[in-house]
Design a protein around this ligand. Structure first.
Ligand SMILES: [Fe+2]
Length: 301
C-alpha cells in the first residue's frame, strides 16, 4: 500500500496489476461482447449524419442510457484495496461521479464513407457517428494526450480517474499511455505544450517551450482485472488499435471527493508554479511547498 501511494504521489499514476477477480471480470466482458455485433453496423449512414447531425450528448451519462450501470460492479467498488487507496487519495468521503464502459474501436468497423475523415482527424470523437441505440458505451479510436479535468470544467481537481481493464491489453490494442509526473504543472491550457523526444519513451511537456520538462511515458499494458488510477491533471492518451480481431473493453470511473478535508489529491493538483522555472507560487501553504520542493528535486533534475 505504502509503495503504491509513493508511486502515485511521485508519478500521478497508480498501477495495480491483476487486482480484481478474473471470473467476475470475464463474466462482464463476455456479456458486453455478446451485447451487440461489434462492427460497421454500429455506425449511422452518411445521409443520416448529414440530415440529422448530433454533436452533443452522444455518450452515456450518470443514470442516462449507461450500460455500465446495468452490471453489479460491487466487486470493484467495494474492493478493499481500491477503497484503501481511495481513502488515502481522496479522503474518507468520496463518490462515483460517473462510470461508463469504454471501447477502443477497430479500424475495420469504420464505414467507407467515414474512413477519409477518420484518417485526416485521427482522434475523432466517434459518438456522433454511432447509432443512438448503441451510445450506452463510449467509443474511441485513439485519443490525444489530455487532462481529464476538461470533462469536469467547473470543479476543483479533487477527483481521480480509475480504469479497469476487462480483457488483456497488449501494445496493439490501443493501451492507455500516461505521462508520468505530468500533474506537477497543474491544469494547463489546451492545446497543451508537448514536444516529441528522439526517444519515443519520453516526451517534453509544460506550460510553454521555456517552461517544460522531459517526462517518461508509461504504457498501461495490463491483464484483465488490472486497475489504474490517475489525477485529473495527469496527461494521458491512447494510440488507435493496430489489430482488427480483438479490442479493448474497459470500465472508466470518475471518483470525486465529497468534503473539504485535505487529502493527498489536494497536494498533487493545482497550478503550483509561477511560470518561472522551478519557482513555486507564494500563496501555497508551507507543507505543500516542502512536499513539492522535495518532489521537484527528486524528479525534475
Ligand atoms: Fe481521459
Amino acid at each position: 500500500m505504502n509503495q503504491g501511494i509513493e508511486q502515485f504521489k511521485r508519478s500521478g499514476v497508480l498501477e495495480i496489476n491483476e487486482l480484481l477477480d478474473k471470473d467476475k471480470c470475464a463474466s462482464i466482458y463476455k456479456k458486453i461482447l455478446n451485447d451487440r455485433n461489434w462492427g460497421e453496423q454500429l455506425f449511422r449512414s452518411e445521409s443520416e449524419v448529414i440530415s440529422s447531425p448530433q454533436l452533443t450528448k452522444t455518450n452515456p451519462g450518470k443514470g442516462v442510457f449507461n450500460l455500465a450501470e446495468k452490471f453489479d460492479l460491487s466487486f470493484i467498488e467495494n474492493n478493499q484495496t481500491i477503497r484503501n487507496y481511495l481513502n488515502l487519495i481522496l479522503g474518507k468521503n468520496y463518490y462515483i461521479k460517473l462510470k461508463k464502459i469504454t471501447i477502443a474501436a477497430c479500424d475495420d468497423w469504420i464505414p467507407k464513407w467515414l474512413k477519409d475523415k477518420v484518417s485526416k482527424t485521427p482522434h475523432l470523437n466517434l459518438g456522433p457517428y454511432i447509432k443512438k441505440q448503441y451510445r450506452n458505451v463510449s467509443y474511441f479510436r485513439g485519443i490525444d494526450f489530455h487532462q481529464d479535468l476538461t470533462d469536469l470544467p467547473d470543479t476543483n481537481v479533487d477527483f481521480i480517474t480509475m480504469y479497469v481493464y476487462l480483457n488483456d491489453i497488449d501494445a496493439t490494442m490501443s493501451p492507455l499511455t500516461a505521462i508520468e509526473s505530468s500533474h506537477i504543472y497543474g491544469c494547463t491550457r489546451v492545446p497543451h505544450y508537448l514536444k516529441e523526444d528522439k526517444d519515443d519513451n519520453y516526451i517534453y511537456y509544460g506550460i510553454d517551450e521555456n517552461n517544460c520538462k522531459r517526462f517518461k511515458k508509461k504504457h498501461l499494458l495490463g491483464k484483465m482485472g488490472s486497475v489504474y488510477i490517475w489525477t485529473g491533471c495527469t496527461l494521458h492518451g491512447a494510440t488507435p488499435s493496430k489489430i482488427n480481431n480483438d479490442f479493448r473493453i474497459a470500465l472508466r470511473y470518475t471518483i470525486k471527493k465529497q468534503n473539504s478535508e485535505k487529502s493527498i489529491i489536494d497536494k498533487m493538483t493545482g497550478q503550483f508554479f509561477t511560470g518561472k522555472e522551478g519557482e513555486l507560487r507564494d500563496d501555497i501553504d508551507q507543507e505543500t511547498k516542502e512536499y513539492l520542493n522535495l518532489k521537484t528535486k527528486k524528479i525534475l533534475k
